[in-house]
Design a protein around this ligand. Sequence first.
Ligand SMILES: C[S@@+](CC[C@H](N)C(=O)[O-])C[C@H]1O[C@@H](n2cnc3c(N)ncnc32)[C@H](O)[C@@H]1O
Length: 280
Amino acid sequence: MGKRGRTLPNVSGQDCGAGSARVVVAADSRNREAGRALAARLGLGFLDVDAGAPLCSAFILRLGTDGLALCSASERFGPISCEFASGRLRHRHHFGGGFGQGIARAVGFKPGSALQVVDLTAGLGEDAFVLAGLGARVAMVERHPVVAALLEDGLRRGRELAHDAAIAAAIARMELVQCEASDWLQNCTDAIRPDVVYLDPMFPEHNRNAQVRKEMQALQQVVGADGDADALLEPALAVARYRVVVKRARQAPPLGRKPPGFAVSGRSTRFDVYALRRMP
Ligand SMILES: C[S@@+](CC[C@H](N)C(=O)[O-])C[C@H]1O[C@@H](n2cnc3c(N)ncnc32)[C@H](O)[C@@H]1O
């Protein structure tokens, strides 16, 4: 696991990050000690499920023997967890279109290219997993402690459970770095300078629609809007060797209102590509 670049606010209550929805860690008696330790590490409140304490939080980070999941107290959506070795992502890895996918064309993959990518807004690591599945080494930068905890847990379980050699190899190419993206860019040295910088900040609130999956809406409530994302583009352009790729809602303006060199558009999303030099 990568370095932890940002000191987490120790709020010792239930809030996690400015402007975000309330989250508590919950565990039953079998996972009580690990749950308490996680809550202390994240600076969150702890709920002992077996003690029957009243719940006064919109979101619960539930630690069970099968891993960590973000659940909604109102049950408006199912548990959110990182599942690399099974389900939707595993299916996409095998049947998702490979190098023909929009994200692969935007990043500039060719069969056999071993790109170094930094995903500065890693979220639950889905795009990073697609890129790693195509052969890239991906450093995943995530600043929100709850999201980073879900991602860390998904990587750990993926490493333990992946029976499929291709998926295990993809997970092995992914590394989590919990820090603020602007700090990562500022501290980037030649040794870790990426071929491609990838950015996927939260879509703006008013673009919330049926095409934004319920899970992404829930994540939006927990992490808040990524209102500072525009400021990442110029430093990203200064650091990337070959290109910067920004994922946007199809109709959204480009990041920082800076027109890309070209875009790869899909049904609901668009990848804006800022190509700096020709890939070897
Ligand atoms: C839309 S989600 C990314 C989803 C991701 N592409 C995926 O496929 O799962 C955006 C994520 O970027 C994180 N983020 C936004 N701005 C960031 C920054 N400046 N530094 C680090 N993480 C950031 C947010 O906390 C959030 O988890």
